[in-house]
Design a protein around this ligand. Structure first.
Ligand SMILES: [Fe+2]
Ligand SMILES: [Fe+2]
Length: 204
């Protein structure tokens, strides 16, 4: 039986079958592109950039710096993982950095005042929570309809959930003197990103 959803003409480079098939399954592609741009901005501008600044202010907490470094570099991996998908769907990044920054789906993880360890860990924790909510929304929108976007978003979500657990552990210890283990095993190298880079888990 002929598939009546086939609308891309033979040799046409202005249309994409990769978009046609997910639209036919009910994905609002324009809305999805907007969500992915907002999430990409949150990964790159709000998180990778600001985490760099926050990490610089964890002087004296070298173990916390290591955890922050993993979260920081994995957010860079998230950015690089999702940007190609925006273009495949027919979207593009804004050609203006302030405009891009202002579309971020999470508030900027700016250095708190005063920049002490408890305040920094609180910003880090809430930033991971925003990322979990944002990537879960992409998973919900694409589940069963757009397997490629779903796969990328769920890989990222796996790491965001780990990041939240890491910062709950550190903040509970620093602020409340409580032990709430994250279940964290160290990454093999900083920025290992086992899910989003499809690396093997640390198992020497
Ligand atoms: Fe991330
Ligand atoms: Fe994260």
């Amino acid at each position: 039986m002929a598939d009546t959803t086939n609308t891309v003409a033979h040799g046409d480079v202005t249309q994409r079958v990769g978009v046609e098939v997910i639209r036919a399954r009910g994905v609002d592609v324009e809305k999805l592109i907007k969500m992915l741009i907002a999430n990409a901005a949150a990964e790159f501008a709000s998180t990778y950039y600001y985490y760099t600044i926050l990490r610089m202010h964890l002087a004296g907490y070298e173990d916390y710096k290591e955890i922050c470094e993993d979260a920081r570099l994995e957010d860079r991996a998230h950015w690089e993982l999702i940007v190609p998908r925006i273009y495949e769907l027919g979207g593009e990044l804004p050609n203006d950095l302030p405009e891009f920054h202002n579309q971020a789906g999470c508030v900027a993880a700016k250095l708190p005042n005063p920049p002490n360890v408890v305040n920094i860990l609180t910003v880090l924790l809430e930033s991971e929570r925003c990322a979990i909510r944002s990537w879960t929304a992409v998973c919900d929108m694409t589940f069963g309809k757009d397997p490629r976007t779903y796969d990328l978003a769920s890989r990222i979500l796996n790491e965001e959930i780990e990041h939240e657990a890491w910062f709950i552990e550190l903040l509970a210890h620093e602020r409340d003197g409580k032990s709430i283990p994250s279940g964290h095993f160290r990454r093999g190298e900083p920025g290992e990103a086992p899910y989003s880079k499809n690396n093997r888990f640390y198992n020497p």
